[in-house]
Design a protein around this ligand. Sequence first.
Ligand code: URA
Length: 241
Amino acid sequence: MRRELLKAVYEEARTCVACPLHQSRTQVVFGSGHADADLMFVGEAPGANEDRMGLPFVGQAGKLLDRLLEEIEMDRKQVFVVNVLKCRPPDNRDPQPHEIATCQGYLFRQLDLIEPTVVCTLGNFATKLLRGDPTGISRLHGQPEVRTIGPRAVRLLPLLHPAAALYTPSNLETLRADFAQIPGLLGLGPPPQAAGEPEVAPELPALVSEALEEMRSALEQPEVVASPQAATTEQQQLGLF
Ligand code: URA
């Protein structure tokens, strides 16, 4: 059911025209990984390689992410990797506030469906969005905290963005040391789930919530077999294990 719901969100995102980034993207980069992952990474936005391949973190920063995962004896098939923005900003410029506001509903629905125990934010944009606070990554990296995102509490670990560690050895050492905390955090299991108001309560536009509701009920209908072409595109771009 979780996979089906994720695919339904992906299908919606794939044709999204809610912000001007759709005009310059090659394709939407929804995310990839294990739908039941306990560990989720949230990056910034697709770059040129990701835009071309339809998958997150496939360039140099992605190779570093793979290496750091390997060092803690994990791999990409065990985690889910997404970005704050699902479309590439032209010339890799920073995400703009209106783009984040428009796109964040997809991220919050991914978090909601995957239900990770540990969420690692990579860099400033993901950290600020998921903490609902403007404090920057250089002050926060490596300090895990329990945060309530949407309906659930997660263990949030802010990390430097791997791109910042590519050519700066001191950042790489910092990132590596912070990464070493991940197995211990996973070992703690999910944090206690407190009743009450979420700290970060994404306000999904009514239309998006209605669409999700429609999808939920549509998915309860008998399964429609996708065409081979659709399956290939979905497998390549969603990269769902
Ligand atoms: N940087 C990101 O933040 N995300 C990607 O997918 C690739 C590079």
